[in-house]
Design a protein around this ligand. Structure first.
Ligand code: KG4
Ligand code: ZN
Length: 333
């Protein structure tokens, strides 16, 4: 059966996503209209350990996946028989965690005798920009998540080319590590974002890494923050100023490289994606580009961090998908 654009028929994709620490299921109509998006977060559990424990994540997905699937079905007010295809994340992610959602999606596809579509989590983050929007390729997308930092040239719905990426830490990873230095709860990104609002972004001059073309590096910045923190006692640590100064370097670097890529590839369309695309300062800086002739798109907050609606969208648009039922999970690209 044909799935996606050009079929001329309304298509409902039911997707399941369990690659890290959110158990998620969603129903999306024609790749864009979100009928439901259910997410059960495990963050409260992993916070006690200061990071995601893979074995615990897999077990918790097993415990909640059926309830989350049921919630997505009910909220969308559909019958499973009306679903066009079932989609699941194949990777990258935690293998034990991925297996739970992927096998759930495969089981649904067998039960209801509908096609199965395996989706790449990173392509799906980019496709989150199609949800509840009218964005069309081509455009340049900055993908900033906990595990990845990439500049992607989205040539068409089915073709995404990575033109640059981090040579060390991902942006989300840098946020989480710096947040830990500032004694903020895990995951630190959103807490650091909030704290930075009360700080002076010019208080500290942290270094910008000079890396070729569209690549990034954040480990030197993280080390520089570490040395600065060591100059203070826990009582005197100017947390908000450090947070604001760190965020200023990160957001400026991301902005400059993305604009450079858009200009080089002759497009004024820019999108951002991934958990860190929920960051208020990064969003502000990127949306300001709209006044300079760019057209900037960002997913709603709930579609920046991990969710299943983006998986459904990638499945519909056929962005790097695998349609064999024996599709296997993978941890890294
Ligand atoms: O995309 P995501 O939900 O999961 C991965 O696929 O990695 O991204 C999670 C990352 C975490 O590092 C988290 O700290 C970061 O996104 N994050 C933020 C914000 N919200 C989430 N970082 C900075 N500012 C935020 N508001
Ligand atoms: Zn993600």
């Amino acid at each position: 059966m044909e799935i996606g654009l050009g079929t001329g028929k309304d298509q409902l994709i039911f997707a399941v996503e369990t690659s890290c620490d959110e158990t998620a299921a969603a129903v999306v109509l024609n790749g864009r209209k979100v009928l439901s998006s259910a997410v059960a977060s495990q963050i409260d559990t992993h916070r006690e350990y200061g990071g995601v424990i893979p074995e615990i994540a897999a077990r918790m997905h097993l415990e909640s996946v059926n309830a989350v699937i049921e919630e997505a079905k009910q909220k969308a007010d559909i019958e499973m028989e009306d679903v066009t295809a079932f989609a699941g994340t194949v990777g990258p992610g935690l293998v034990g965690a991925l297996l739970v959602g992927l096998n759930a999606a495969k089981a649904l596809s067998l039960t209801y005798d509908k096609p199965f579509i395996g989706v790449n989590h990173l392509n799906a983050h980019v496709c989150a920009n199609y949800l509840e929007s009218e964005l069309e390729p081509p455009f340049i997308c900055l993908l900033v998540s906990g595990g990845h930092t990439q500049l992607i040239r989205v040539k068409s719905y089915t073709e995404q080319e990575i033109i640059g990426e981090t040579i060390d830490d991902a942006v989300g990873e840098a946020y989480d590590k710096v947040a830990r230095l500032l004694d903020l709860p895990y995951p630190g990104g959103p807490h650091l974002d909030k704290l930075a609002k009360q700080g002076n972004k010019e208080a500290f001059k942290f270094p910008t890494a000079h890396v070729a073309d569209y690549d990034f590096s954040f480990s030197g910045l993280k080390t520089s923050v570490l040395y600065t923190c060591k100059k203070f006692t826990p009582e005197t640590l100017p947390k908000a100023d450090i947070a604001a100064s760190f965020q200023e370097v990160v957001s400026e670097t991301l902005l400059k490289k993305t604009v450079k890529a858009a200009e080089a590839y002759n497009t004024n369309k820019i999108a951002i994606a991934g958990g860190v695309a929920a960051n208020s300062e990064i969003r502000r800086k990127f949306f300001d580009l709209n006044e300079k002739g760019f057209a900037v798109c960002a997913p709603e907050f709930r579609f920046c961090t991990d969710n299943a609606a983006m998986i459904a969208s990638a499945a519909y648009f056929g962005s790097n998908v695998i349609k064999e039922l024996d599709a296997e999970v993978f941890s890294r690209m």
